[in-house]
Write a protein that binds this ligand. Structure first.
Ligand code: G
Ligand code: G
Ligand code: MN
Length: 415
């Protein structure tokens, strides 16, 4: 009954104003895409047979295309190389990738483009259908380019140092819940910088400087001090929460760190079992012996050790072999959307199975929506963390959030 999909007769105004460039080495494809686009209501369509011709269309910047349909297989300049030129020219529009390659190739090119911070509306496998193209195009909106992104800057070590001296760092806490029961089991501390002028500054803007500028120890000590005070306050309020903090491998280069953590925890009156130390490997690490010693001894002191971002280049099997972790956090790139993506799902399943065989607790990060949650419920993973459950929040907001969560919880565990 629904065998023919009819296109909407009235096209969204958007489509007629959007400037589209189509780059494909096959003249036949160009003509076909041009025709489909025109039929969909796009009035401004430019077609180019080569990367060079397309790059010429990016000057002057005032008339740049809003959207480029890019064939990734081209004889001279291939699509990936073309993207590199777009990055050099600070292209701020969007891309749709077109190719006859298999899904995995398309997906990896898509990830590559996203890594360059260029918007990708998705990919089209050949043969292209008007319906699919319409869906992708309609993600476009004529809003001005995201200004906040341009403002996002990184901070030098001396600026961070001043911030720490002035007490401008604080922790936010993101809840972790048990997948089966929905019970709130803990939180992860995520450091924030309340900047007097720039507002809330996120760790990706300053952790790198802290590591390179010799400040990571001071930063971690600050985070741990706040986290322990908060853990103690929750404990006194009768809340049983495990509190996680993120360690950088640079923290694990001196044995003093061990004494510091043990002493501070004892002083706070919080059982070490309630403190989770999340570790990712740093590519800078050469001598593994000291970190291994510190982590093993922390474990002997009954702290929980967690391997963070598992499955990404930084957290590897050899770490898992060498360090007695209690918890494995499956990286969000394998979690969000895994229900719809066979590759991600295979990696998710493999990581989960590894956690189970090693008798570690499994945590899925990046649970962003109901579909992710449903997927997890069926997966056998122990703990979930992500925007679907809660975004990171100030410590004082956690108790109220738990009360709200308790109301939502029955619906999530008995759908
Ligand atoms: O939510 P968010 O933007 O806070 O976190 C971004 C990254 O910063 C994550 O990879 C997280 O592990 C890292 N991060 C957050 N807080 C800390 C911290 O206190 N120490 C270290 N080393 N990394 C942190
Ligand atoms: O690297 P680490 O796992 O420590 O850091 C967690 C990071 O992931 C933080 O930046 C946090 O804000 C972010 N985060 C937490 N939940 C979600 C989610 O559901 N989706 C996305 N995209 N990011 C998330
Ligand atoms: Mn973490």
């Amino acid at each position: 009954m629904t065998s023919t999909t009819t296109l909407p007769k009235v096209c969204p105004i958007n489509r007629s104003t959007i400037r589209v460039l189509v780059l494909d080495d096959e003249p036949f494809m160009l003509r076909m895409l041009d025709r489909i686009l025109k039929n969909l209501g796009c009035r401004s369509v430019v077609t180019c047979e080569s990367g060079l011709a397309a790059l010429a269309q990016l000057d002057p910047p005032s008339v740049r295309p809003d959207l480029i349909l890019l064939d990734i297989n081209m004889p001279n300049m291939d699509g990936v190389e073309f993207v590199r030129h777009l990055v050099d020219r600070h292209y701020a529009g969007a891309l749709i990738l077109v190719s006859g390659e298999d899904e995995r190739v398309l997906q990896s090119v898509e990830r590559l483009v996203l890594a360059h911070k260029i918007t990708v509306f998705g990919h089209l496998s050949k043969p292209v259908t008007p319906e699919r193209l319409a869906v992708l195009i309609d993600q476009w909106s004529p809003k001005p380019e995201s200004v906040p992104k341009a403002l996002k800057r990184t901070y030098a070590a001396h600026e961070l140092h001043a911030a720490m001296v002035r007490g401008q760092l604080l922790n936010h806490y993101q809840p972790k819940v048990a997948v089966l029961s929905g019970e709130v089991v803990g939180v992860e501390s995520l450091v924030r910088w309340q900047h007097p002028k720039d507002g809330m500054v996120f760790p990706d803007q300053f952790i790198g400087s802290a590591e390179q500028g010799g400040l990571i120890d001071k930063l971690t000590r600050t985070v741990l001090t706040h986290a322990l005070a908060q853990a103690r306050a929750w404990q006194d309020a009768g809340l049983s929460l495990r509190v996680a903090i993120n360690l950088s491998m640079e923290n694990l280069t001196s044995l003093n760190f061990l004494d510091y953590v043990v002493n501070l925890t004892t002083l706070a009156g919080v059982p070490p079992q309630k403190i989770v130390l999340e570790v990712t490997e740093s590519s800078l690490m050469r001598d593994q012996r000291i970190p291994l010693e510190i982590l093993t001894r922390l474990r002997l002191h009954r702290f929980c050790l967690s391997i963070d971002d598992f499955g990404t280049g930084n957290s590897s099997l050899s770490q898992l072999r060498d360090i007695p972790f209690d918890e494995l956090k499956i990286d969000q790139s394998f979690v969000h959307g895994a229900w719809a993506n066979d590759t991600q799902r295979a990696m998710f399943d493999a990581s989960l199975s590894l956690a189970k065989q090693l008798k570690m607790e499994s945590v899925a990060e990046g649970v962003e929506d109901r579909a992710d949650w449903n997927f997890l419920r069926a997966s056998g993973c122990d703990i979930a963390q992500g925007y679907f459950i809660a975004k990171p929040m100030p410590g004082h907001a956690v108790q109220n959030w738990i009360a709200d969560w308790e109301k939502r919880r029955p619906l999530l565990i008995h759908p």
